[in-house]
Design a protein around this ligand. Sequence first.
Ligand code: CMP
Length: 692
Amino acid sequence: TLFQRGPDATLRMILRKPSHERTPEELELVFEELLHIAALSHLSTSIKRELSSIIVFEAHAQAGTILFSQGDEGRSWYIILKGSVDVVIHGKGTVATLKSGDDFGKLALINDAPRAATIVLKENNCHLLRVDKEHFNRILRDVEANTLRLQEHGKDVLVLERVAKQRGQHSAFKYTVMSGTPSKMLEHLLETRLGGQISGVDPFLDDFLLTHIVFMPVVQLVDELANYFHCDSHDGSQTPEERDYIINFKKRVIQFMQKWVMAVRHAAFDEPSVCDFIEDLAAEVEADPELQEETSIIHNILTQMARYQDDRNQNAGQKWKLPPNGQPICLFSGNITPSKTVIRPDDDIIFRVYCADHTYCTLRFPLHTTAEIIKACAADKLQLNRGPEDLCLVEVKSNGERSVFKDNDVSIPTGLSLNGRLFVSVKDHIDGLTPLPEQEGPTEGIDMDLEMLSTKELAYHITIFDWDLFWAVHEYELLYHTFGRHHFGKITANLDVFLRRFNELQYWIVTEMVSTSSMSKRVGLLRKFIKLAAYCKEYQNLNAFFAIVMGLSNMAVSRLQQTWEKIPSKFRKLYQEFEALIDPSRNHRAYRVFVGKLQPPLIPFMPLLLKDMTFAHEGNKTSIDGLVNFEKMHMMAQTMRTLRFCRSRSLGLDPPSPKSEGEVRSFISCLRVIDNQRVLTAMSQKIEPTRK
Ligand code: CMP
C-alpha cells in the first residue's frame, strides 16, 4: 500500500494534480490508499472521501531541507509517508524525530498560532502528504481529536484539549492546555498568547500568571524568561528572518512582564530576582533600536516598581499589636493612614505566649517568623529549660481545643481563633493545657448601648471597615492558604485577619443577644440585627451579611422562642428570606445565583471562596504523570479572579447622615465577643430557660 511503500507512479501523478482534474476513478484509488494511513484512522469515511480530492503529494530529495520554521504562519498539515523529520526548537535543538505514519503541523492551523517548531528533513528522498489550511479548516478543524499531545525526547511535555464551545464566549483557541511541564507551558504561552494580535478571551495566560507559584517558583520563571530574551546571544550570525523571530521573542517577554505586573500587582516586586530582571530588561530595551515601542511599557513597569519600593521603605517595620481579642491593631510607625494597610511579611507583631501555668511572655517578631523560632524564644523567656525538640507551639481555643503548629509554619499570631491563645508546651503535656479564665468572656471592647446607635450607620462603618480588610487580601493568599503557607514560606496574615473578622461579627451577634437579659431590650436588639443584615446586603457586603445571619441562626439565638415571637412578622419574614440566601444546599446555589447578578464593588462571602479553593485542591491532583495538571490551576484561578472582580471598582458608598461617627467607628473595630459555644448556650438557657 501507499503507506508502506510510498505511492507508485500512478498515484503520485494523481496526487500532484489539482482537485478539479482528478477523475472519479482516480479519487477512488486515492481513497483506497487513505484507508491505510494511521494518522487518518480516526476520521470517518466521508471525510476521507473529501480528503481524496484535495490531499497533495510532496517529495523532497535533500536531507536538511527546512520545511518551515518556528514562528512562521501555518499553511499546511503534513503526514509522513516515507523518511523522517526532526522537530527543532529555538534554544533547545532537536526535541523529537517523526517518522513515516506520524503527522505534524496541526497546532498552528488549529489555534491560528505561529509554528511552534522548525521541521527539518532528516533523510534524502522524503515523501509527504499535505493538506492545505483552507481545506484543513473546512474538512478537519471541527472533527479533530479531543486531545493533542506534544512530546520531547520521547516524553509528553504538553497535552492540549479541545475547548468545549461555550455560548457567548468567543475564543480564538480551539485547544487549551490541560497539562504540561512548567517550561513547555511557558514556551507555549509566550509563542501563542503573546506577540501578535489575539482576538477573543482565553484565560490561559492569566491562569498561568495567577498560579505559577504552585509549580514554577519565581526564580525559575525569571531564569527561563531571561533565557528566551537572550536567545540570540549564542550564535552571532543571523538571517533577517531569524532576527525578526528573535525580536519578536523579546517583545513577548516584555509583554509577559506587563501582564504579570497587571495580574499580581506588587507581589511581582516582592522578589529581588524579578526587580533585577526588570532593570536588566529596561537597559536592554533602551539599547536596542528595534525595541523602541517597548520602551514605554518597560518604563511604566519601572515606575510602578519604584513606587512600590518607596512605599515599602516608608512603611518598613510597621508594627502590629494583637489585642486579647478583636483585630490586630496597627501601631503606626509613619504617616500612613489606618485604612488600606496591608500587613507585610517583615512587619512586626507583638503578642503573648503562655505556658501551662498561665504565666506569659510578650514577644515581638516579624510575621514571617517560624513557629520554631517563636517556640525557642518563648521557652527561653519563660525559662522552660527544655530543648526545642521536646517543645511545641500550641493554640488553646476558648473551648479548650488545642491545635499544634508545625515548626515551619509562619504568620502564627494572626491565624489564632477569636479568643484563642498561644502556648508553648512540653510535647507530652499538651493534653494538660487549659484555657485562661479570660478566654471565656468578652474581655476588652467598648461597652456601649447599641440602641443608641443608628443601624444604617453601623452597617455603613462595618462595610467600610470590612472593605479595607478585604482590599488588603492578595489573591496569592488563597493559594498559600489552600496548599499550606509553610509550602511557600509566605504569610497569610491579611486573609487571616479578614476571616477572623467574619467570625468576630458572627459571634458578636450571638454574644450581644445572649447577654441581654431584659426581654424588651432583646426584642429590640433582634430587630436591629435583622435590619443590620438588610443594610449590609444593600451595601453588597455579603461577608458581613452572612456573618450576621449565621449569628442569628446560631442555636443559642434561634432557641430564644419568646424573643422571636415578639418581633413583628414583617421582620420574621425578612429573616426567613435571609436564611434562604445563606442556605448551603446545592453548593450554596441561592447565594451564587444572587451574587452572580451583582456588579462590583462587593464583598463576597469569603469562607465560600476558600471552600471552592479547597474543593479544587482536594478533588484534583496537582501533577499527573509528571505533568502539571493545569485544569486544576484553571479552577483555582477562576476563584482567584472572583476577588479581582469584586474589587474592580472602588467602594463609593454615600455615607448616612452622621450621628455618632467616631463612636460607631471605634465600637465596630473592637467588638466584644464570646466564641465558646458552650458558654453561649448556657447564657441563652439562663435568659430563657427551656420550658418543661
Ligand atoms: P505546528 O506548531 O503547526 O508546527 C510545528 C509542529 O511540530 C507542531 O505543529 C507539532 O505538530 C510538531 N511537534 C511535534 N513535537 C513538538 C514539540 N515538542 N513542540 C512543538 N511542536 C511539536
